[in-house]
Design a protein around this ligand. Sequence first.
Ligand SMILES: NC(=O)c1ccc[n+]([C@@H]2O[C@H](COP(=O)([O-])OP(=O)(O)OC[C@H]3O[C@@H](n4cnc5c(N)ncnc54)[C@H](OP(=O)(O)O)[C@@H]3O)[C@@H](O)[C@H]2O)c1
Length: 311
Amino acid sequence: MQYRQLGASSLNVSEISLGSWRTFGTAIEAETAERCLRQAFDCGINFFDTANMYGKGAAEQVLGRLLKAYRRDDYVLATKLYFPMSETDRGLSRAQVLKQIDASLKRLGVDHVDLYQCHRHDGETPLKETMEALTEIVRAGKVRYVGFSEWPAAEIKRARAIDGVVPFVSSQPRYSMLYRKNERRIFPLCREQGIGQIVWSPLAQGILTGKYKPGAAAPPGSRGERRSLGRFFRPRVLQAVEKLHPIARDLSLTLPQLALAWVLRGEKISSAIIGATRPDQIEMNCGASGVNLEPAVLQRIDEVLDQVMRR
Ligand SMILES: NC(=O)c1ccc[n+]([C@@H]2O[C@H](COP(=O)([O-])OP(=O)(O)OC[C@H]3O[C@@H](n4cnc5c(N)ncnc54)[C@H](OP(=O)(O)O)[C@@H]3O)[C@@H](O)[C@H]2O)c1
């Protein structure tokens, strides 16, 4: 496993990290979660992402319980707030920031998280109030660094212009071979501001593993069998993804490894946050760390996906 610095922070994160959306505390049993976590550490993953709203606290609870078996200094832990936790608990007001960080720390069973992320921008709370509250919890030692997920460029700029508050060091955008929209505005802006990218759904929820076949039912036990995988789950896209198999084979890679190596190409991305329901998925996916893709390979990929990717 190779490691990269997260933006202008002192955090060194594994190129492949493990998330817990739709897995820990929800789709997978505690025993499977434990095996996944052990596999992650065995592969050199040191970075774990969760959120208060994943399973309404259940993901944090399971992850926190399992992390007790590991030394706190041996992993980087990230969580998030914003989405509703109850009828009245939502958003990024000072009261919510103070309340939600304490609730997350309690569920995770730790005294601090390394990265606290605003899951979305909150148009109903003055930005200054949010940034000052984030600064307060950093100064209280509950959080080391702060970040955001899917904020508009204008709000990222406004946050940076506020005096006397901690700067964002991390952005969590959706990004994969199929979904490239953030390349245009968000990546260059963040680079200018010392903000690293930790990207979600780098395998498009499993579509880029090639296991979903055009016109066929989703494989038993897969996420696609349990729930909607969104707009990429249609024959035209799945047919294009099929054409990536020979490109991966020519490089002696599996398709998930090719998709993750693509995300990690160059220096733009600090970490690709994968999800997993089985330890062998983690082992395979970590094989993407350190793989270099030549320009000719990138071009072949672009030709195959040209008509189906979003950019
Ligand atoms: N900030 C945000 O708004 C946001 C939104 C979504 C996610 N996230 C973060 O990003 C993380 C990753 O998102 P994601 O789970 O959508 O990522 P993903 O890596 O694109 O998809 C993960 C799913 O693909 C399948 N899979 C993974 N590796 C595989 C392999 N080698 N072979 C076959 N199937 C494989 C597994 O599902 P099955 O085995 O069930 O098919 C796995 O749960 C989340 O856990 C969360 O931390 C953030």
